[in-house]
Design a protein around this ligand. Structure first.
Ligand code: ADP
Length: 264
């Protein structure tokens, strides 16, 4: 029986009197890797916040690990990287190690001390993201890309079951981005971490995600990535480059993409 980590039923959300999400129903099952895509303003970040209990649905319901998500509940089981974490006050007086260690604190009971084994976990996580050499640097002295890796490390350090990442690859250079996607792939494949990744990185997501949740205020498509590739929705979202995308995913094998009939 698949374990539902997130269960969303007939969810709608309004900011002030404006409908942002309408009648969303979907489940996220343990072990999945979901690419959450859609145009700017389509409600992706709002949906992630609703999953986390940071916002309350206008109607419908969200369950996280089988229960309504109260803000900050289950945070020891979740790694969350909000959007735009790299816009950090340059004078904030914390080192890389201190920021990453905050990711471990949620699992701890009082007094929330960082011990030797925690130090080793932090070091391992920093090495995984190639930032061990900047461990003692002040966060404000780092480039946007380095800061982003620090916040990714903070989201990964507590060994989460569920990772919710809101455009994590913004500000990363292409090599670091590929490296990060590989890390996510390994976490998903080897450690069975469930991943929900909001991304505009359309050239890469197809290579990794098992499922695509494509929203534009409502669900346009939710299902297997291959199924999406064969549907008209792919061309609508990814544009004429969709041929390239499908080839990318299938190791450059030439596949025929069924195009949506042009009714214009
Ligand atoms: P996406 O992540 O897909 O770009 P968002 O979830 O951030 O979309 O935003 C969806 C819609 O909600 C947009 O029209 C945005 O302007 C609006 N919105 C987001 N946050 C707020 C807010 N705090 N107050 C009012 N409107 C908001």
């Amino acid at each position: 029986m698949p374990v539902k980590l997130v269960n969303i039923e007939n969810l709608s959300y309004r900011y002030n009197s404006i409908d942002v999400l309408s009648d969303i129903s979907c489940d996220i099952v343990a072990g999945e890797y979901i690419g959450l895509v859609g145009p700017n303003g389509s409600g992706k970040s709002t949906l992630i916040k609703l999953m986390l209990g940071l916002l309350v649905p206008t109607s419908g319901s969200v369950k996280l690990f089988g229960h309504p998500p109260a803000a900050m509940k289950y945070r020891e089981r979740i790694g969350y990287l909000p959007q735009k974490m790299n816009f950090f006050n340059p004078y904030f007086p914390s080192t890389v190690k201190e920021i990453v260690s905050l990711g471990l604190v949620s699992k701890k009971k009082f007094p929330k001390r960082i011990g030797d084994s925690d130090e080793a976990t932090i070091d391992r996580t920093l090495e995984m993201l190639n930032i061990a050499d900047i461990k003692d640097k002040a966060i404000g002295d780092l480039s946007g890309g380095q800061q982003q890796r620090v916040f990714i490390a903070r989201a990964l350090v507590n060994d989460p079951e569920l990772l919710l990442l809101d455009e994590p690859t913004t500000a990363l250079d292409p090599e670091t981005r590929e490296n990060f996607f590989e890390i996510l792939r390994r976490l998903n494949r080897d450690k069975k971490v469930t991943v929900v990744l909001v991304t505009h990185d359309t050239g890469t997501i197809g290579k990794y995600a098992s499922k695509l949740l494509y929203i534009d205020k409502e669900i346009v498509f939710f299902g297997d990535f291959d199924e999406f590739c064969m549907s008209g929705d792919m061309t609508k979202f990814f544009g004429p480059s969709s041929q390239h995308l499908i080839c990318h995913r299938h190791g450059m094998n030439i596949l025929t993409v069924k195009q949506r009939p042009n009714n214009d």
